[in-house]
Design a protein around this ligand. Structure first.
Ligand SMILES: Cc1ncc(COP(=O)(O)O)c(C=O)c1O
Length: 426
């Protein structure tokens, strides 16, 4: 078939909406090349996935080598070394209580697994999630999600016994209180669920993103996270921290929860875990995992050998190249520079984030979310061959999420492109 006949509009359903017209040929580091040979700077990381950069040589070598040994060694039939080594590497980065790993294929699947584990281990039926959260698109994960209505609308009935508290968003503070009082007001709303809607001893788990991802790049306050931990302990509720977007170095530490001084009962991991091969994980204590009966959960592909080999190389690169440290350093630089840009361009309402997970929120002159401005900036950045994506209920937040290998010079080049793209947008 001639190349020009490969038309995405004909072949790919429109449910897969796309930011750019790029038909990609190959990629390396922070750059991708389209089929016309044009080079693009990728500040999306394929939605926070290619943390080691596109096609990191060690990841590519590990995939090649493993593909020639065994591709699929089904986990109920055999265990393979890449899975064991990856489980070891992951748990080495975590507190001692997070010491067993269940592998599956996608973030949504990890969320399903984590909630199923919590229900099985506690014998309780209910779950609490947060307004604005995104946990995935399978039926349970979607029911936990409320980042925007199109993710869940027209799919009812949804999984029942899910209760929702407001995400502690101090940027959009509906109480009009100083931050310290506002986070207490948010927490009171969570606690009120136990007085009005659900008995705490019916709740298996509370699931939270330490920083909202799809919901608009909002960092949870430390006080809130620590009190969430305390509340869970008080009522025997398991705390699930969804590290799917924040994890694997993105936040400037290996795991975002480290920065809040808490230890979750369960974490979900995906995206950055294997540099782009489909892999995800549920991590918890052996004691908790032992309460999950053999056969109570599973899947054909979970912990695929090639994906795990890519995961092993990914975690070795994270460690050997100190990518969380680079994310912290470059992230701090970018955040400071973007905040300076905010002074110059009033259309930028706020710059916030952790490490190389930065959100730039666009606003109207009266401070309301301005999705149109954010999309115009993304379009103009594309004219300069730079790829960006947005988040938030009205797509008003531009995400600055380059691969974690990004250099100071590349960050500076990006800032020039970004400033040029924002200039004149209102
Ligand atoms: C925090 C969080 N949880 C879960 C998911 C779902 O992951 P996946 O798209 O791999 O199913 C995502 C994806 O964006 C996410 O950001």
């Amino acid at each position: 078939m001639a190349h020009h006949e490969l038309d995405p509009a004909t072949l790919i359903p429109r449910v897969l909406s796309r930011y750019s017209p790029v038909v990609v040929d190959r990629a390396e580091g922070i750059y991708i090349w389209d089929t016309a040979g044009e080079r693009w700077t990728d500040f999306t990381s394929g939605i926070a996935v290619t943390n080691t950069g596109h096609c990191h040589p060690r990841v590519v070598a590990a995939i090649r080598e493993q593909a020639g040994k065994i591709i699929h060694g089904q986990a109920n039939i055999v265990v393979h070394e890449p899975m064991l080594r990856l489980a070891q590497l992951i748990t080495e980065t975590l507190p001692p209580s997070l010491n067993q790993v269940f592998f599956s294929n996608s973030g949504a699947e990890a969320v399903e697994g984590a909630v199923k584990l919590a229900k099985a281990a506690t014998g309780r039926p209910a779950v609490i999630s947060f307004r604005g959260a995104f946990h995935g698109r399978t039926h349970l994960a979607m029911a936990l999600t409320s980042s925007r209505v199109k993710v869940r609308g027209h799919y009812e009935p949804l999984v029942p016994s899910i209760y929702r508290a407001p995400y502690p968003n101090l940027s959009r503070n509906p109480y009009h209180l100083p931050p310290e009082e506002a986070e207490r007001a948010y927490f009171a709303e969570l606690e009120a669920l136990f007085e009005t809607e659900v008995m705490p001893d019916d709740v298996a788990a509370i699931i939270i993103e330490p920083m909202l991802g799809e919901g608009g790049y909002v960092v949870a306050p430390t006080w809130y996270m620590q009190n969430l931990r305390r509340l869970c302990d008080e009522h025997g509720i398991l705390l699930i921290v969804d590290e799917i977007q924040t994890g694997v170095g993105r936040s400037g530490t290996m795991w975002a929860f480290e920065q809040f001084g808490i230890v979750p009962d369960i974490i979900t991991v995906a995206k950055g875990i294997a540099s782009g091969l489909p892999l995800s994980a549920v991590v918890a204590s052996r004691d908790l995992m032992d309460r999950w009966a053999p056969g109570a959960h599973g899947g054909t592909y979970g912990g695929n050998a090639v994906a795990c080999a890519a995961g092993v190389a990914t975690f070795e690169v994270m460690r050997d190249e100190d990518l969380p440290g680079n994310a912290a350093r470059i992230g701090q630089f970018l955040m400071a520079q973007l905040r300076e840009m905010q002074q110059e361009f009033p259309v930028i309402g706020e710059v916030r984030g952790m490490g190389l997970m930065i959100g730039v929120e666009f606003v109207t002159p009266d401070g309301q979310p301005n999705g149109a401005a954010a999309q115009e900036v993304i379009r103009r950045a594309q004219e300069r061959r730079t790829l960006l994506i947005s988040a938030g209920p009205s797509d008003q937040v531009i995400r600055v999420i380059p691969p974690l290998i990004v250099t100071q010079q590349q960050a500076e080049e990006f800032l020039d492109v970004f400033a040029e793209s924002v200039k004149g947008v209102s």
